[in-house]
Design a protein around this ligand. Structure first.
Ligand code: FMN
Length: 160
């Protein structure tokens, strides 16, 4: 099935998982970038990013959303921020109007829990069929090889 991964990543964890899945299933990848990026280092990262997540903000994207109508499956990846998904995903959801698609979600967190984040992602992409979801704990720095294997195995279900 023709698939695309759409993800946001501030610190590289979701990027690692996206690239791993994309290589495993040979799908397209769209990285969401913000017009006003959240600082990668220092306390402002948590203040700016956390506040924006808690306020359910939809920050402007620097990324142009392509026509997604040809894709049968859209995999969305997001870091957990303040217990929910990073706000770039909300902007994507509102701009892309994804409907009647197969979807799958992955999250990266520092410790979790991730259930609320996944539930919030399902809600924001209501009207689609969610095939699967999975979470990773800081895969760039913790058990990286195991996480890569876990992502590859998870991705196999999307090959048809
Ligand atoms: C603003 C902000 C808020 C965060 N909030 C949470 C949280 O509520 N729970 C959690 O487990 N990790 C939290 N984290 C950690 C990230 O989810 C985690 O490091 C993730 O792997 C980052 O993914 P990325 O490298 O793709 O950006 C937060 C990180 C940031 C920057």
């Amino acid at each position: 099935m023709k698939s695309i991964i759409v993800y946001y990543s501030l610190e590289g964890n979701c990027k690692l998982i996206s690239n791993t899945i994309a290589a495993a299933i040979h799908c397209d990848v769209l990285e969401l970038k913000l017009k006003k990026p959240v600082p990668v280092k220092g306390p402002m990262k948590f203040i700016t990013g956390g506040r924006s997540a808690m306020r359910k903000a939809s920050p402007e994207l620097a990324t142009t959303i392509p026509d997604l109508s040809d894709y049968e499956l859209i995999i969305v990846g997001a870091p957990v921020w303040a217990g929910t998904f990073a706000p770039a995903i909300r902007t994507f959801a509102s701009k892309a109007h994804v409907e009647n698609k197969k979807m799958a979600f992955f999250t990266c967190c520092a410790s979790g829990p991730t259930e609320k984040c996944i539930k919030d992602m399902k809600a924001v992409f209501e009207g689609n069929t969610v095939l699967s979801d999975i979470s990773f704990v800081n895969p760039s720095t913790k058990d990286t090889e195991k996480c890569i294997d876990k992502a590859k195995i998870w991705a196999q279900q999307f090959i048809s």
